[in-house]
Design a protein around this ligand. Structure first.
Ligand code: 13P
Length: 337
């Protein structure tokens, strides 16, 4: 009999349930400073801490956000940051009844011995980092690794991705954080939707196996899969119904109903596509809460509306609320374009 989650079981289950509550999903704003810089440069802003602070503050202070957003994933800088008015970002979230999350992986590096694939680093020192993040107010975490279809995936890359996620998940639970388990099957490539489904089934089956081997409490995790779609260079697009059918079949074959929530990433889909696909997945009851954890599909129109100008903050916040509400309706299966 293995000790698991070091006495945090009840809290983990409660945190996961709160995040996976009806009509709500996750706002992912955990871009590394380099990736946040890409977003800022798309509207002509310099990538420095004051600009990142202004942008994250705009998002998190959006009035009414907590009605549609249950959790926000932050980069470490934001977890320890305050607004320009001196209020801690974690307090802004608490006032909105949004659970604070933290990205804890240290990014992707080449995986020697594979077919030009990568692995995700960040396990060293993770126990002490997660304990510190908990003290700072974080209650869930994210670790994103990727699997590439055109480059394989090799058995080695899949095993490494799954094992790394499982070790990360066990360490998070041991320190009171609900781990979001995210093996992103990348959209890149010319492959069919059937091929994506087969790879995703293999990746999730392997991941669930290693999570069980590591005595991870399934009721205290959240999953962040890619939707099952054709590769982005495949000639034909799939309809939301086809995507929903392939994605849900893949999940039903691999994920036990003990897992409370499936929080999809948007992976480069347009804002409306991501909403329509989620809505299609909620047309009939699922064993899990099926919702969103979008970054780009919640932020694209915000950036466009903002343009870095103080006079546009309100319009930008309205744009965020429009997407958040649309995805909230899609979580309930009630969205129409
Ligand atoms: P996208 O929704 O932009 O794919 O980002 C998801 C993600 O993993 C960031 O947390």
């Amino acid at each position: 009999f293995a000790v698991r989650a070091a006495g945090y079981e009840a809290e983990l289950v409660k945190t996961a349930k709160t995040i996976a509550s009806p009509g709500r999903g996750i706002l992912a704003i955990d871009e590394s400073s380099a990736t946040c810089g890409l977003r800022l440069s798309s509207i002509g802003l310099e990538n420095n801490e004051p600009n990142r602070q202004l942008y994250r503050q705009l998002l998190l202070e959006t009035p009414g956000l907590g009605e549609y957003i249950s959790g926000a994933i932050l980069f470490e800088e934001t977890l320890y940051q305050s607004t320009t008015a001196g209020k801690k970002m974690v307090d802004v979230l608490a006032e909105q009844k949004i659970v604070a999350g933290i990205k804890v992986d240290k990014g992707l590096v080449p995986l020697p011995g594979s077919n030009n694939e990568s692995w995700c680093q960040g396990l060293d020192g993770l126990a002490s980092r997660t304990a510190a993040y908990y003290k700072q107010g974080a209650r869930f975490a994210k670790w994103r690794t990727v699997v590439s279809i055109p480059n394989g995936p090799s058995e080695l890359a899949v095993q490494e991705a799954a094992w790394g996620l499982a070790r990360y998940a066990a360490i998070c639970q041991d320190n009171g954080l609900v781990p979001i388990v995210e093996p992103e099957v990348l959209l890149d490539g010319a492959h069919s939707i059937e091929r994506t489904q087969a790879v995703a089934e293999k990746v999730w089956a392997t991941t669930m196996f290693h999570l069980a081997q590591n005595h991870v409490l399934f009721e205290g995790i959240l999953l962040k899969p890619s939707m099952v779609t054709p590769g982005n260079e495949h000639g034909q697009k799939a309809t939301p119904e086809q995507i929903a059918s392939a994605t849900l079949a893949m999940l039903r074959r691999t994920v036990p109903p003990a897992v409370p929530g499936i929080m999809f990433l948007s992976g480069g889909q347009s804002e409306v596509e991501a909403t329509l696909n989620l809505n299609a997945m909620n047309q009939s009851p699922n064993p899990w809460h099926v919702s969103f954890s979008y970054a780009r599909a919640l932020q694209n129109s915000v950036l466009k509306a903002w343009q870095g100008r103080p006079e546009n903050v309100e319009a930008a916040q309205k744009a965020l609320l429009i997407r958040a509400k649309a995805n909230s309706l899609a979580q309930l299966g009630l969205y129409s374009a």
